[in-house]
Design a binder for this molecule. Structure first.
Ligand code: GAP
Length: 435
């Protein structure tokens, strides 16, 4: 059973994962701020992606390109001409909708009017602004709608300086912006969001093989990080769904509370982008293979995931309500690598000597793991709170600790407890908290 949408949104707000952006001014639609726990969770998702894509491989390197690029980038990439959704307007209330998302073409979902909609027109999703103090068409620039183009335009820079031979990949994590007609479902579809994209350059003859390879790799990444396999599906795009650059795409869908929806697209972008940038820039973006003496445009396999969307999916997937030892609890069974707080240090009471030992233990752990000290309320309530934010391990300092220098460690999922000397604590935790 997928978690209930409202329960997750309430948890996210109540515990400080996500806030409506500009809340004190009534909020701005479709933008969100990540609070202390949400910022950690989002960062951990991005770090795990970076670790698997860049750190653990010698055939992929990372970059961090600018959000604002030369306008020609978007002409060459096809985004200025084709990155649009069909938009219709209700003749009665003048609300606007994506034609392909309207369930009933004879009735407005907002005002219920049966007056017809306007003819569809293509609405470009890129945010447009001006570079410099003068506002005119000559200095119009766009906020990037995908991080991918920053990679294509740096293909030659990276290949040369990182001394890479094909097949190799370039990865990037960062903000993208789309003026979505219908944002919604909390952080699922927003106008400002983060992507995790990797462009893998290979020989055209090997593109199909690498396409299948990356579909498997990406499936393994989600499952290895604890996502329930039953909540994941890989769906091949129909011919008429394909983006303008793609010869084949698989969507990685997650079973959200409202149904299956996209987390990631894995596409064969062929040589579309490098060829287009070579044509528009006049630069030679072919690759010369010194072994075969062949010169060609590499093909590109692209796993393109949403960081904010994936973070939301991990949150939903981890949420459980259960009864344990006669008590009802809500628990986030996040993989420890994703948990915002890794270790909670909890003194049994607020007495000075217990708090002093708590601080000594926390100082020992902080350089190694995200550690939280909580001295308020009853120990039971503090365990419940740590369960609800997904902290895998809690270290309790009790009165015996003052005599024997031992602490009790409670496991979030099993609720089992171990008693160990403080001098063994770092080794004990290191075995249970992988990178
Ligand atoms: N470079 C290819 C590309 O951008 P995409 O399928 O349009 O492909 C990739 O986007 C991923 O970015 C999506 O699967 C989704 O996770 C995320 N994404 C796209 N639009 C989004 C939005 N408005 N809000 C949140 N995430 C979004």
């Amino acid at each position: 059973m997928p978690a209930d949408f409202d329960t997750i949104v309430n948890l996210a707000k109540k515990r400080g994962f996500v806030f409506q952006s500009s809340e004190i001014y009534g909020g701005i639609r479709s933008a969100y701020d990540y609070g202390p726990l949400g910022a950690e969770l989002l960062r951990n998702v991005k770090d795990q992606w970076w670790r698997s894509m860049v750190q653990m491989r010698d055939d992929i390197v990372g970059i961090d390109s600018a959000v604002i690029q030369a306008p020609s980038v978007w002409v060459a990439s096809g985004h200025l001409a084709s990155f649009s959704d069909p938009l219709v307007e209700c003749r009665e209330c003048h609300n606007r909708f994506r034609l392909d998302k309207l369930e009933n073409l004879n009735q407005c979902p907002t005002c219920g009017s049966k007056e017809s909609f306007t003819e569809p027109r293509e609405f470009n999703l890129m945010f447009r602004t001006n570079m410099g103090p003068i506002e005119n068409d000559d200095n119009a620039v766009y906020l990037r709608p995908e991080t991918a183009q920053g990679i294509f335009i740096n293909f030659e820079n990276v290949r040369r300086t990182a001394r890479k031979r094909i097949p190799f990949g370039i990865a990037q994590v960062g903000k993208s912006f789309r003026n979505e007609i219908t944002p919604g479902q909390f952080v699922f579809r927003t106008r400002e969001f983060e992507q995790m994209e990797m462009e893998f350059f290979c020989h055209p003859d090997e593109a199909d093989e690498w396409f299948r390879y990356w579909i498997d790799e990406r499936r393994n990444w989600y499952i290895d990080l604890g996502m329930n396999e039953e909540n994941l599906q890989f769906r091949e795009h129909e011919q008429d769904e394909l983006s303008h650059y793609s010869s084949g795409t698989y969507d990685v869908d997650y079973r959200f509370p409202w149904g299956w929806d996209e987390l990631e697209g894995i596409a064969n972008r062929t040589d579309f982008d490098l060829k287009a940038h070579a044509e528009y820039s006049g630069e030679d973006l072919t690759y010369f293979d010194p072994v075969t003496n062949e010169r060609f445009y590499p093909y590109v396999i692209e796993p393109a995931a949403g960081a904010t969307r994936t973070t939301f999916a991990f949150l939903i997937d981890a949420y459980h309500e259960e009864e344990v030892r006669g008590e009802q609890r809500a628990v986030l069974k996040l993989d420890a690598r994703l948990s915002p707080v890794k270790v909670a240090v909890l003194p049994l009471s607020k007495k000075d000597d217990l708090v002093a030992t708590t601080n000594r233990v926390a100082d020992l752990l902080r350089p190694l793991w995200m550690t939280e000290v909580d001295i308020t309320q009853s120990i039971g309530r503090r365990y419940r709170r740590q369960d609800e934010i997904g902290t895998p391990l809690a270290v309790t300092i009790d009165f015996d600790t003052l005599d024997d220098d031992q602490v009790t460690i409670r496991d979030r999922d099993t609720m089992d407890q171990d008693r160990i000397p403080i001098e063994n604590l770092v080794t004990y935790l290191a075995e249970r908290l992988p990178n």
